[in-house]
Ligand binder design. Structure first.
Ligand SMILES: Cc1ncc(COP(=O)(O)O)c(C=O)c1O
Length: 369
């Protein structure tokens, strides 16, 4: 539900419709400052992934704390960022399809937009379109450091980079990786450090091989929340792109990469039925929580963070099944931490920024589609 009524600002969260997404401002400011400090400490630039918030206000706070720019995944995010006046965007997604090429060229006329790609097949149409438009587009070559998703194999990077660097309309600006496999290791801090460090090292080795061949490689960019304390520490890495850290979520809490006190995002929900006793029913189901899986491995869709405790053990579209909570009455409110902040953001049209239980602002979620 989109609420545009400005008179909710200044009211207690008790006045809000449910389900609604709350962002605790004090926590948000702290997570932004902590990651900015960490990046400064490692001597790398910070370019947070914006898909976690999709809020211009959050992006501005991140830039205000020293981020050099933002990262985006979708065409809608790139368009929204440029429209909102952001001037330095890394689009970390292969520019495949005419719609993405169109967005890249439009955005590049208004802002600095670097395009991430992993093949000559995706680079060639982009190159042709940029050259025809008389634009020089900066591109970064993605290297797979172990996630097994997009990205060239390290041993193939030089051959692809050489051809990329000669394509009209494109300027090779760097290499990047998303070390998302670090999160998949679960609650094992030593192993996370090892694997995050290895991802950073692999990327630096690739950058050095390209430079030894005469190519210029200004940026060596890693990015994830689970690897944010290891991959960017590697000498030679120049940039970090964590996203989830800004709100935190239950999956990061489950593996120990985010402190529960550093989770800014929750879903406010009301108990709607106690007919079953256990479970009680609340108005946050899958359409409010997303169906992102739980790293607790128990299938829950959310974790209650208000005093009653409990978990949303499962959900239907508009119904959440609350188990393990102390007794509640119909109409009582609970707050629930989502499994995955980025997935949750994309389910909603706005978030309520709150301070001490009072709504201080309403932020639209941009670029959802
Ligand atoms: C390319 C890329 N970079 C950075 C990130 C940020 O990672 P995280 O959400 O773990 O902070 C993601 C997240 O999926 C990503 O896909």
């Amino acid at each position: 539900m989109t609420v545009t009524v400005p008179d909710l600002i200044g009211r207690s969260i008790d006045a809000l419709p449910t389900p609604s997404v709350l962002i605790d401002l004090a926590t948000l400011r702290r997570t932004i400052a902590q990651m900015a400090d960490a990046a400064r400490g490692f001597g790398v630039a910070l370019r947070p992934h914006w898909k976690t918030s999709k809020c211009a206000e959050v992006g501005r706070l991140q830039l205000g704390a020293g981020a050099v720019g933002l990262t985006a995944a979708t065409a809608a995010e790139v368009e929204a960022l440029v429209e909102a006046g952001f001037e330095d965007v890394f689009w970390a997604y292969p520019p495949v399809g005419a719609h993405r090429i169109g967005t890249a060229l439009r955005a590049a006329r208004r802002a600095r937009v670097i395009i991430g790609l992993d093949s000559l097949a995706s680079a060639e149409p982009l190159s042709a379109a940029a050259a025809a438009d008389g634009i020089d587009l900066e591109v970064r070559l993605e290297v797979d450091s172990g996630l097994g998703r997009t990205g060239v194999r390290a041993e193939d990077a030089l051959a692809v980079a050489r051809r990329l660097a000669r394509m009209p309309g494109l300027v090779l600006e760097g290499v990047f990786t998303h070390e998302g496999h670090v999160q998949g290791l679960g609650a094992d801090p030593e192993r996370r450090t090892e694997v995050g460090t290895a991802a950073g090292q692999l990327l630096v080795e690739v950058a050095e091989a390209l430079r030894a061949d005469g190519l210029e490689v200004p940026s060596v960019s890693v990015g994830s929340t689970a690897g944010a304390r290891s991959a960017p520490r590697v000498p030679g890495v120049t940039e970090a792109r964590p996203g989830t850290y800004v709100y935190g979520d239950e999956n990061q809490v489950a593996i120990g990469t985010v402190d529960p006190a550093d989770t800014a995002m929750s879903v406010l929900s009301r108990v709607i039925s106690t007919q079953r006793g256990e479970p009680m029913l609340v108005d946050a189901g899958i359409k409010a929580m997303s169906s992102d899986g739980s790293m607790h491995g128990d299938g829950r869709i959310g974790t209650v963070v208000s005093d009653s405790g409990g978990v949303l053990a499962t959900g239907h579209e508009e119904h959440g099944f609350l188990r393990g909570s102390s007794p509640l009455q119909v109409g009582d409110m609970i707050r629930i931490r989502p499994n995955h902040a980025c997935g949750l953001t994309n389910m909603h049209s706005q978030v309520f920024a709150v301070e001490d239980g009072v709504v201080v602002d309403i932020w639209p979620i941009l670029g959802r589609h």
